[in-house]
Design a protein. Sequence first.
Length: 710
Amino acid sequence: MIASTTGRLLPIFGASLFVGDVPSTFAPVDDIPVSPDYVIGPGDELRLQLWGQVNLEGSFVVDRTGMISVPQMGTIHVAGQRYDRLNEFLRSEFGRVYRNFNLTVTMGQLRTIQVFVVGQATRPGSYTISSLSTLLNALFTSGGPLPQGSLRDIQVKRGAQTIVHFDLYDLLLHGDKSKDIVLAPGDVIFIPPVGPQVGLLGSVNNAAIYELKKDATGTTTVADLLELGGGRTSSAAGSQARLERIVDRSVLSVIDVDLLKPEATPLQGGDVVSVISVVDHFKDAVTLRGNVANPGRYVWHAGMRVSDLIPNKESLVTRNYWQRRNQLGQPINEYQPGAADTGATGSLQVSGSSTDAASDRVTQGGAARTSEGGSSVAAALSGTNGIFPAKTDVVLSAPDINWSYAVIERQKASDLTTTLVSFNLGKVILESDPSQNLELLAGDVVTIFSTADLRVPSSQQTRFVRLEGEFVASGVYSVQPGETLRQLLKRAGGLTSDAYLYASEFTRQSTKRVEQQRLNEYADQLEAQVSAESTGLAAKAINDRDASAAVASAANAQAAIARLRRIQPVGRIVLQLKPDSRSVDEIPDLALEDGDRFVVPRVPSNVNVEGQVYSATAFVFERGRRVKDYLKMAGGPSRQADTKRTFVLRADGSVLSHQYANLERSLMFPGDTIVVPLQVDRRAVLRTLVDIATVVGQFGIGVAAINVLK
């Protein structure tokens, strides 16, 4: 009922005490000291030691008649004796026969007793327990009351009388176990049905369902319930509580309770008392978040403006930015960057020795929000899979601040609608423009963005581009607004005389991401085909050999697809230059993006022949030689070669195949590679898929070549 009316599932107070295994602190233990008032009975073991005129040592068990039989002494009736008087009693008995002796007596194995646990118990039944066991020991052994059993009126019946009424709340709330009596043989522990229950929730220390127990006046009040629940928390609001009650077992009603006089409101079964908490509203405060040094709540005052909240540029440099900068110069293996570093103003990072090998590629990091919901990281990472940059990388340490746009989130007091009031952050902080230095109201939320949070015009973006290889001044360059690749190369001094533009490699991170997505989609298609074909081959199998072959083929295909998924595209863009290109003016006037990399090698002296040929190797380039000439030098295609699908991977990244050219008569250029694939059995679809994936994986030719292999 409480869950349906309040939306919360409250626990039954005290029920968790019996969840799980029996706690060892409550388990009966046989080797604990025997209390002085322990009464000896049948089944107890007495350990006697006498010395002097008589020497005797032994253990004696009290029989059913209450006797122990002692050599040279006869029987002694000990049942009913208290343990603290046992030594004196036995000394008197032995003194009738002997003189001048000493005697000690201790308890050995104690007798067991049988008790019964009945009523609303988790595991009702008959239990054999130690004679030292108490009511609590028996309760824990039997698993305690059921949810519909009472915790406040657990009864111990001995003969025709009820000798104790035990309230478990006394133990839970006050540590009082004075009524936890030692059990006797034949005792019955009776757990009656639970009494009236009420719910307490909201801003209290222990929200739960409580069982009512009438006090001396015959009623339980809201004050009593609050005491059971540990009282109100410090976040409780005002002096009012809400009481939901079932009236005449037909309808629900709501009653306001004055918490200044909680004793004036009696409770009845089925009541639910809710203590309201303070609304999470900060008075006279504004919130600053995003790409700032100290996000959080600040005191608002009349006439407060944006410049009061952000007094200078230093307020916009995040703490993580400085932490990242402080790591520069440290060994790479000692620094593991976080996955959500926040950024601030971008700057060059150059650290470490120039003798360290620089990474081969620069990857733009993905944006990751901070916990304040503001800034993001867009630091360029070297290599793939988020590897930390090499010590000589020059990268953006963080995205730049968006100076042209910041926003105030404001709730209108008139109709409680939320509006966004934007302003130019640069004019406030950098130019002190009073028209943009907006006045703040209590409750405003000011958000500062970085260029990674919102896409800004390219003229406002900070972009770093790497030029490597045969340049007059290779390096990392900051791209000026509107600058293209051709313009950047001219500003960098142009090319050396050894530059081989045709084999240049221009890579871009956005292209790499698109290629990776398409490669994943292609792998998904292959996997679906493999699954379908595997099912068909298994259905067509007429013997165990065919079935085993189908399973093996499917496993090989899945392994090849897994290798295909591990391929990392390079993000290369083919610039379609001519083999004899020499001038910067022949390079496309391509707009640049952050993280672009342009590598121009020197003219190579070889061409490569790979795949199913008799001698797969590199050969010295000779001008005028054609594909057929280099195939002849490699010994020609082998018996396993698929000559109709031979293709040439040009030095510029393009692919030349039989489908679109007279391949054998095509001229070869320095850096070109001839690929002769393996002959594929067209009737075995699974093997075809394996071979396609294998070829792509071995040569790493990128997504552009996949269509050629289909």
